[in-house]
Design a protein around this ligand. Structure first.
Ligand SMILES: *Cc1c(COP(=O)(O)O)cnc(C)c1O
Length: 346
């Protein structure tokens, strides 16, 4: 293999964390029933019910796009609409999968500061049209942590919940980085989900340190009626389900789920600190999770890329996004800072 790559590109560039890999290997013993009828899948679902302190319905799918698209389809009829922040992954990075899976439910992008939904703007979208010619709002979709590396605290969630209950809407949460939000906010998973009015949570495993797999938690069990069939039809029912479920058990039982997220957040905090100290650079948005966004001169970006650093420049707002992960090291941050300082001054 070539040199290991230097990257702050994404938390899905990282490999599998040891806790997930060990659990995967441990599940590879002998034969087990297929399609989720195995002990690992049952146990992992129970562990989610323990962690979230509620009797939710749990499903496992391959990736986040499927989790979002299928869960939104379960909440909507084709004539409904989903209000989301304009930078939301469902709007900008899922190739129309939510609309496709729901046979046409429309996404209504809402503006809002720092990647969050602004309740005033959300209400404006809800009430703008109520005639028969426009899709009927049905869901508010919240990304936690947001695409811009910020989080919704309990007050933010409370304001959205008020709107949802007032207008009889459901709340969907895209929690690809939910663990990072839990780690930052110091609130329990329950407080940040169903206790805050979330009806369905798409919980990210991949970016947290697993090889593959996201969980979908329906806190309102009614909404999960026939959902297993929807997953199967969409090609999201793994026949060897135990290999998706077992790593979840590994990260939940060991605490790696939150430990990984906390580490990623800490590395981003360290990066933010060094950017300020070494280069006088301020992040574009308050850094609350595991990413730092920077406005960098295109020539500086080019130099860093030429030195082998990989990071995205098109996510969210077109600036440089530096994303940390469960396996980001301080040394990587330090090396990046040396190259950045040089790129800024040459
Ligand atoms: C990565 C990500 C997803 C899931 O993406 P997949 O590539 O489909 O697994 C969903 N939402 C957000 C906010 C993400 O960052």
């Amino acid at each position: 293999m070539d040199q290991p790559i230097c990257q702050f590109a994404s938390d899905n560039y990282s490999g599998i964390c040891p806790e997930a890999l060990d659990a995967l290997l441990a599940a590879n013993q002998g034969d087990a029933p297929a399609y989720g009828n195995d002990p690992w899948t049952q146990k992992a679902a129970d562990r989610f019910r323990d962690q979230f302190e509620t009797d939710c319905e749990v499903f496992f799918v391959f990736n986040g796009t499927a989790a979002n698209a299928l869960s939104l389809a379960a909440l909507c009829q084709s004539y409904h609409s989903v209000i989301c922040q304009e930078t939301a992954h469902i709007e900008t990075d899922e190739c129309g999968a939510p609309e496709f899976a729901s046979n046409g439910s429309k996404l209504l992008p809402a503006r809002g500061e720092n990647g969050r939904l602004d309740p005033v703007e959300v209400e404006r979208l809800i009430t703008r049209r109520s005639d028969i010619h426009f899709p009927k709002p049905k869901v508010i979709s919240v990304t936690q942590a947001t695409e811009l590396g910020t989080v919704y605290d309990l007050d933010h969630l409370h304001a959205l919940r008020e709107l949802a209950s007032h207008y009889s809407l459901k709340i969907h949460m895209d929690g690809a980085r939910f663990a990072n939000a839990v780690a930052t906010l110091g609130k329990t998973p329950a407080q940040l989900s169903w206790q805050a009015g979330v009806d369905v949570l798409c919980l990210g495993g991949t970016k947290n340190g697993m090889a593959v797999g996201e969980a979908i938690l329906f806190f309102d069990r009614e909404l999960a009626t026939d959902f297993a069939w929807r997953c199967k039809q969409a090609g999201q029912l793994a026949s060897k389900m135990r290999f998706i479920a077992a790593p979840w058990l590994g990260v939940l039982d060991s605490g790696a789920w939150l430990h990984n997220a906390r580490h990623a957040n800490e590395m981003a905090a360290y990066l933010e600190q060094r950017l300020r100290e070494v280069a006088g650079l301020e992040p574009l948005f308050p850094r609350q999770a595991n990413s730092v966004f920077l406005a960098l001169d295109p020539r500086v970006i080019e130099r860093l890329h030429a030195q082998g650093w990989q990071f995205y420049t098109f996510i969210g707002v077109g600036s440089a996004r530096l994303m940390c992960s469960w396996n980001t090291t301080r040394e990587a941050v330090d090396r990046f800072m040396i190259d950045l300082a040089q790129a800024l001054h040459s």
